[in-house]
Design a binder for this molecule. Sequence first.
Ligand SMILES: Nc1ncnc2c1ncn2[C@@H]1O[C@H](COP(=O)(O)OP(=O)(O)OP(=O)(O)O)[C@@H](O)[C@H]1O
Ligand SMILES: [Mg+2]
Length: 269
Amino acid sequence: MSTLEIRNLHASVEDTEILKGVNLTLHSGEIHALMGPNGSGKSTLAYVIAGHPHYEITEGDILVDGESILEMEADERTKAGIFLAFQYPVAVPGVSVANFLRTAVSNVRGYTEQADSNRGGVIGSNLMPMRDFRRELTAKMKEYNVDSSFARRYLNDGFSGGEKKRTEVLQMAMLEPKFAILDESDSGLDIDALRVVADGINKLATPDRGFLMITHYQRLLNYVKPNFVSIFYGGRIVKTGGPEVAEMLEERGYGWVEQEFGTGELVAA
Ligand SMILES: Nc1ncnc2c1ncn2[C@@H]1O[C@H](COP(=O)(O)OP(=O)(O)OP(=O)(O)O)[C@@H](O)[C@H]1O
Ligand SMILES: [Mg+2]
């Protein structure tokens, strides 16, 4: 079993403190949903865990199985088993989904470390062998309901919102992370696409994998059952409970959170 631990995490961007003491422990096998108002810092937390260089950690730590990952670059964190599905995936014209995934998978599985000289410096010799990769990709595209034509398309280029989110589930299926952070993987999905994405998450929610699911709505949680639901407010977690917390938010909104957990704490109203 693995553990991702966030301890009293403070982080700033351009001298503005956004994260103000986040504490959260995620074990493999758990699904932890994170809900909170716009601008409260949820995506910032996701970026900081993934190692985005834009943010400055001023206090606290992030540990995987007891080891701090703060000194690791983003690609090393990916290798350590951390995966982030972005709220707004960027298009990468010129890089096909297949090429992107082959490079990413090769990095995570250690192929890129093999010295080129081992195999005579052949181009691609430090990547997962094409035939094995193709076989796996084709099987997983089928399993996760991603149309096979997407392998050749440029990553996220001209993809609809729903297509981007499905492609992220495919990425996750290929990379097999220990901890997956999904930032609003339900936004912009029609009802059928929501089911497809939820089915994919449920398939991937094995006992050896933990999920941190950032979401605004109860609807995804109707399909993907969380063990814990936390409320993120003003740069930190103010309450953690079970699925009932999400239901309460759906009914009552965030007004009471502001009353109970202080005013003026909101980073952006
Ligand atoms: N790179 C940045 N430069 C300036 N401000 C930033 C940057 N990143 C985040 N912020 C600010 O930090 C605050 C938190 O943003 P964040 O995206 O983490 O919120 P969120 O909880 O994910 O909101 P939403 O629910 O709308 O996605 C916002 O006020 C945002 O403007
Ligand atoms: Mg966000």
